[in-house]
Design a binder for this molecule. Structure first.
Ligand code: FAD
Length: 411
């Protein structure tokens, strides 16, 4: 049944959910908006949790997505510390964990993802941690400092960022990666090799091509990570950073189409016309690449929040964006755009052993599929445009730092 005034319920008060509430008002939604969030905090940004916040260099105000007064000013009702437990699609209502039942005209699922758990002995010992929310970051920060030893299982972005922050806090850090290089799933070989070298120079131990057999402890607390080859990595704290699992259970229970995430189109519509899904919990079209996939990034959360809000408010969908991502480690700013599917050739612009280089990933027709930059923001911006245009550029031009990238068009 339709609500009076019409009501939008947003399940999940993270980056995507908080952004959707704001875009709905910006695009003219006059009905009510109820933002239901499992965490006790108003929407906040997660990227600093492994970087500035972990190092003690950020304030709660700078972490918040919007100032606290924003939600009251915009008549956005907050139900925090409460989860959406079930969706009744026929009745168009959700049941909350506190027993309340809320009817909706439109429902936006912005449920995010949770850290993948480690199915190994010792994973429940004290000192074994994961990092997703502010409470996790606070616990991790309390465990790091001079004389402390951190073992990071998983050489992805979060693991590398935490290792870099741990060094800044004076702790020892070792990263343990099963693949033969760090960032194997998300970066090219040159960037992986560069980052491994930079971490080692700054005192981070990097072990690649190694399996973890168990976390071992004494009196219930982690003391070392045992590798399958018998080696031990002594530690006081273990960060498990082996990827994230999308929170799709509520959608699955409601019978919505789900694959690797909740399946949506370019307007963020799910298989039910009254329900949208946005952010880390979705499997979305990747129009530049002719396939679909899951993106875990702030730019994606914001893009899909715009898509859902535009569709609900009867506006034209925003033009598809090039997927992009950033990471800060030590004094290095990494920026990546595009997705490196079916790469034929990787072209290095600059000296890949020093900060200040860019890698272009090309297909066989010299189309720029993806770009990775380290402390090279101008080349990154130009490269992102080349990806958006699917420009074909001769590798010699890309390779030569004397050749300007701005103004290059499809040829
Ligand atoms: P989330 O921000 O996770 O929000 C989902 C919210 O929904 C959570 O608060 C969750 O508790 C809540 N929830 C779940 N189930 C329910 C339910 N049933 N009912 C109510 N509420 C529910 N991205 C970048 O682009 N650059 C970076 O440098 C970067 N660094 C990162 C560092 C860390 C440590 C982490 C964890 C992530 C980082 N990311 C980064 C990824 C980025 O933060 C996420 O892609 C983004 O937060 C996704 O937003 P979201 O709203 O989909 O999910």
């Amino acid at each position: 049944m339709s609500q009076d005034p019409p009501r939008i319920v947003i399940a999940g008060a993270g980056h995507a959910g908080g952004s959707a509430a704001a875009f709905l008002r910006q695009y003219g939604w006059k009905g009510s908006i109820v933002l239901v969030g499992e965490e006790p905090d108003a929407p906040y940004q997660r990227p600093p949790l492994s970087k500035a916040w972990l190092k003690g260099e950020a304030t709660a105000e700078s972490l918040a997505l919007r100032p606290a007064r924003f939600y009251a000013q915009q008549a956005i009702e907050m139900r925090l510390g409460t989860r959406v437990a079930a969706v009744d699609r026929a009745a168009r209502q959700v049941t909350l964990s506190d027993g309340a039942v809320l009817g909706y005209d439109r429902l936006i699922l912005a449920l995010g993802a949770r850290p993948r758990s480690l199915p190994l002995p010792g994973a429940r010992l004290a000192g074994v941690m994961a990092l997703r929310g502010a409470a996790d970051a606070d616990a991790l920060q309390a465990a790091l400092g001079p004389g402390k030893r951190l073992a990071v299982i998983g050489g992805g972005y979060i693991g590398l960022e935490v290792a870099a922050s741990a060094r800044a806090l004076g702790a020892e850090a070792v990263v343990i990666e099963r693949e033969t290089r760090v960032l194997a799933r998300v970066a090219g070989h040159a960037l992986s090799a560069f980052l491994e070298a930079q971490h080692r120079i700054r005192g981070v131990g990097i072990l690649t091509g190694v399996e973890v057999a168990a976390i071992e402890g004494d009196a219930g607390a982690a003391q070392s990570v045992r590798l399958a080859d018998g080696r031990q990595v002594p530690c006081d704290t273990v960060l498990v950073g082996i990827g994230a699992v999308p929170n799709t259970e509520v959608a699955q229970d409601a019978g919505l189409d789900c694959a690797a995430g909740i399946v949506v189109d370019l307007a963020a519509r799910s298989s039910d016309p009254a329900i949208y899904a946005i952010g880390d919990c979705t499997q979305r079209p990747l129009p530049l690449y002719g396939r679909s996939g899951r993106l875990e990034s702030v730019p994606n959360a914001i893009e899909q929040a715009k898509q859902a809000a535009a569709d609900i408010c009867g506006r034209a969908p925003p033009p598809p964006e090039v997927p992009w991502f950033w990471s800060d480690q030590f004094d290095l700013r990494l920026q990546m755009a595009g997705l490196a599917f079916d790469v034929h050739e990787a072209v290095m612009r600059g000296d890949g052993s020093e900060p200040g280089f860019t890698v272009f990933h090309l297909d066989a027709a010299h189309r720029v599929l993806a770009v990775e930059a380290v402390n090279a923001p101008a080349d990154f911006m130009a490269g992102r445009l080349l990806v958006a245009k699917q420009a074909r550029v001769a590798p010699e031009i890309l390779r030569d730092p004397a050749q300007p990238l701005r103004g290059l068009t499809a040829s």
